[in-house]
Design a protein around this ligand. Structure first.
Ligand code: SF4
Length: 458
């Protein structure tokens, strides 16, 4: 438990004082902020749009079993096959079985955080199966041997110069290559992969209950290619991805585009309803959806935190968060980062190892303010902290400190004990380690509020 927390604190310290990291992130987020302002202009009443979206998603989460059954029924009618996976191990085992059945040697993958969650690429690698990321950002992260930095923009931590340097090292491209040069190089390389892949794997932005379809949103067309060329299409999606009806996309697509990237609508939006039909020329012969639980039901059991399952993974709360912007995505050491990651990761990855994430917040509330589905993120962080205390997992020294503080604070005579100098000295002694070396501990006032009150009212 302490190793993970210790690593988090060490990495956070390194990142927060790295001027290059700060410069790149501030630049990329400032461009995002400008685009979002532009994208939001499409809503006459954005508050109403958010309220409607929140209502629909909260309704789905509260009646999840009903919508899951409806989705399964309709998707199966469309000719697709549903695989229920209780955890990452089950999901990986099922996917490998499909790959084995079709003797797959090459997989093309569109961006999907759910496949990151089950670490499918590592499993393919062990089996000697070539798995190629086809989203440009994910492709860059893959060749750099890193994990995605951000749930929407996986390569946000790299400048265009960093990427040119990476391609120079990996593929001997000119060290001064422009983003256009690099994109064109990757496009040519990937074309061959799409047409020769045995299986295409994608995530799903939304699972549509009333039509049994998958809604996929992307900007590069790589998702559509991953679905169209290979004979087999596998979707990996969390059970919370449902929306009630295909007509709800009218609301969710623009909302996701505006909050995710600042676009009015994302470039490619596909609705995929099962494998290729008899009268169709393109599409896979078989389509599977792996519906992943992986502790989502643990979160569902929590009356107050279950609302976090409404998240549409737009990434807006990450960009708004002062902590995320300073410590960066990799420091969290989890798939889902930023405020939403800090709320859900302690349940998905274990409270004992990841409780500290719920404390990694200034509680400024900017995340709650920005969230398009109105998840009260900063309040949920407090609920998580409360759970951590109620579970009795707080270390002995912290418990004793709190007990002592309570004793002192409840008795006026203890609060007034000692001179001004002694009180400040004692405070410094007790708190200096926790307070850290980079900021000054505030001084206690010469006179307590209680003393000032008495003086002023006599
Ligand atoms: S919690 Fe809200 S703001 Fe954050 S990623 Fe999810 S939907 Fe977007």
């Amino acid at each position: 438990m302490w190793e993970i927390k210790k690593k988090f604190i060490t990495d956070a310290n390194i990142k927060a004082f790295n001027p290059e990291h700060r410069k790149t992130i501030n630049f990329n987020i400032s461009r995002y902020n400008e685009s979002v302002e532009e994208g939001m202009l499409q809503f006459k009443n954005s508050e109403l749009a958010k309220t409607r979206a929140a209502f629909l998603k909260h309704k789905v989460i509260n009646e999840l079993e009903k919508y899951l059954i409806e989705f399964e029924l309709n998707f199966t009618k469309n000719g697709g096959k549903i695989i229920w996976a209780q955890d990452a191990t089950e999901a990986v085992r099922e996917i490998l079985q499909i790959a084995d059945k079709h003797q797959a040697k090459k997989i093309v993958k569109a961006k999907s955080m759910t496949t990151e969650e089950i670490e499918i690429n590592t499993a393919f690698e062990k089996e000697g199966i070539d798995s190629i990321e086809t989203d440009l950002g994910e492709y860059i992260v893959q060749i750099a041997g890193e994990k995605p930095y951000h749930i929407v923009t996986p390569v946000m931590h790299k400048s265009k110069e960093d990427i040119a340097e990476l391609f120079n090292k990996q593929f001997d491209l000119d060290a001064n290559s422009t983003p256009e040069d690099i994109t064109s190089f990757v496009r040519k390389r990937l074309r061959k992969e799409f047409t020769s892949a045995d299986i295409g794997i994608t995530g799903s932005n939304f699972l549509i209950a009333d039509t049994g379809s998958v809604a996929l949103t992307e900007n590069e067309g790589n998702g559509m290619m991953s679905v169209s060329f290979p004979k087999i299409h596998i979707v990996v999606a969390g059970i919370e991805k449902l929306i009630p009806s295909v007509t709800d996309l009218e609301l969710f697509w623009p909302l996701l585009a505006s909050y995710g990237t600042g676009q009015r609508v994302t470039v490619y939006n596909s609705i995929i309803s099962g494998p290729k039909k008899e009268n169709e020329t393109d599409g896979p012969k078989e389509m599977y959806i792996v519906l992943l639980n992986n502790k989502r039901t643990e979160l569902l059991k929590k009356e107050r935190q279950r609302i976090a399952l409404s998240c549409i993974r737009c990434g807006a709360c990450l960009n708004a968060c002062p902590v995320y912007r300073n410590i960066g995505g990799h420091t969290y050491n989890t798939v889902y980062t930023g405020p939403i990651g800090s709320v859900i990761s302690p349940y998905m990855n274990g409270m004992t190892d990841y409780h500290h994430l719920s404390f990694a917040s200034s509680l400024c509330g900017k995340c709650t303010e920005i969230c398009p589905v109105k998840i009260p993120l900063h309040k949920l962080l407090l609920v998580n902290r409360n759970d951590w205390v109620k579970e009795g997992s707080v270390p002995g020294i912290e418990k004793k400190t709190m007990w002592g503080m309570k004793k002192v604070m409840l008795k006026r005579k203890y609060m007034n004990m000692g001179s001004y100098g002694i009180r400040n000295y004692a405070l410094k002694k007790i708190l200096s380690k926790t307070w850290g070396p980079r900021r000054d501990l505030p001084q206690l006032a010469r006179k307590s509020f209680n003393q000032q009150w008495k003086e002023n009212n006599n």
